[in-house]
Write a protein that binds this ligand. Structure first.
Ligand SMILES: Cc1cc2nc3c(=O)[nH]c(=O)nc-3n(C[C@H](O)[C@H](O)[C@H](O)COP(=O)(O)OP(=O)(O)OC[C@H]3O[C@@H](n4cnc5c(N)ncnc54)[C@H](O)[C@@H]3O)c2cc1C
Length: 323
């Protein structure tokens, strides 16, 4: 049986999160599908450590904190989130639509808002010699407590690698963090915590280093010209993310390259299917969070009216509502 909602949002970046907020704020049940294990789109995957200066009303906001605030805004609203879920097939179903995920799960709703941004953010493939011989190579951080007590090798200089090393060490894993360059990315507080954890001997950092080979027992690295053997029951290869629009490109939306043409209200060629954010043609090359927010608000309210014609398109002012 498909999971059902009034409105299905595909994509958990700024556009999808704000669309989910607006539709749920209007009282409709929302299901939000996100390919990654965490919400936040490009901001959380690609630049969580960076400051953003051009979101209205927020002179300087850390990208990850901005996503945290968008997620906090969903609290108490009827929004169900399914992370790790890649939407693939769109079919008409009754008066609405059914979406099948890559893993075969089904979701149906009266209206769909496509907020896929540049595409599903997939872990960048890292080709490490011997990786096939190692029993536990991963590209996303699992629940840190599940690796407590185990030797874990974290490979990468992206913010996710820094955060993974810290969270795993805190959970009691025996962590080695390595990267081909000397520096790591992350929020200042995380980089300070990394230094402190290293000084206290809570984790080991080997960088710059070359990861020569993985084997069933662990990894062979070269550091300063010297060979190192690092035991690793789990290896986390965190090399960043690449967007993949492939899963939704065969939705019959008259695609214009990487864009879906949209009319007033974010309406696409399919009745009840709306679009918002970077993937919407109307934004042109203005791939900006502020533009995504505006498109999401408009698309969500049109989707609400599509599903519930008794509700007006215009939402009224939130400041007039008594909560
Ligand atoms: C390095 C960098 C810095 C930036 N700095 C700024 C800045 O300072 N200010 C600014 O305004 N903008 C900035 N941007 C642009 C901004 O991040 C985007 O405009 C914004 O993220 C668009 O939001 P979105 O929700 O449309 O798409 P995205 O953020 O791309 O989110 C889309 C989400 O949908 C998911 N998804 C896609 N396909 C599927 C599928 N089939 N099934 C399930 N989930 C799917 C993806 O995994 C992703 O999480 C920056 C971008 C980059 C790369």
């Amino acid at each position: 049986m498909p999971e059902q909602a009034d409105i299905l949002v595909v994509g958990g970046g700024p556009a999808g999160l704000h669309a989910a907020f607006y539709a749920a704020w209007r009282g409709l049940r929302v299901l939000l599908l996100e390919a990654r294990p965490e919400l936040g789109g490009q901001a959380q995957a690609l630049y969580p450590d960076k400051a953003v200066y051009d979101v209205p009303g927020l002179p300087r906001q850390n990208a990850s904190a901005l996503i945290g605030a968008l997620v906090a805004q969903l609290a108490g609203l009827p929004v169900e989130v399914r992370t790790g879920t890649v939407a693939r097939t769109l079919r008409p179903a009754g008066k609405g639509w059914q979406v099948e995920a890559e893993d075969g799960r089904l979701f149906s709703a009266g209206s769909v808002i496509l907020a896929a941004g540049l595409g599903a953010l997939r872990p960048r493939e890292a080709r490490v010699p011997g990786a096939e011989a190692h029993p536990d190579v991963r590209t996303e951080l699992p629940e840190p407590a599940s690796l407590a007590g185990r030797p874990v090798l974290v490979v990468g200089g992206v913010p996710q690698a820094t955060r993974a090393a810290l969270e795993l060490a805190q959970a009691g894993a025996r962590v080695t963090l390595t990267h081909r360059r000397a520096g790591f990315r992350g929020r200042l507080s995380e980089l300070e915590a990394l230094d402190q954890a290293q000084q206290r001997g809570q984790l080991q950092v080997l960088a710059p280093a070359t990861l020569d080979r993985l084997s069933a027992e662990g990894a062979a690295l070269t550091v300063d010209g010297a060979a190192h053997q690092v035991p690793a029951e789990t290896v986390l290869l965190l090399g960043g993310y690449l967007p993949d629009l492939g899963p939704v490109l065969d939705w019959p939306l008259d695609w214009d390259g990487e864009y879906v043409p949209d009319g007033p209200g974010g309406q696409t060629a399919l009745p009840g299917v709306f679009v918002a954010g970077d993937v919407a043609r109307s934004g042109g090359d203005f791939k900006l969070i502020s533009v995504a927010f505006a498109q999401a608000a408009v698309a969500a309210n049109h989707a609400v009216h599509h599903v519930r014609p008794d509700l007006k398109v215009r939402p009224g002012h939130s400041s007039e509502k008594r909560l």
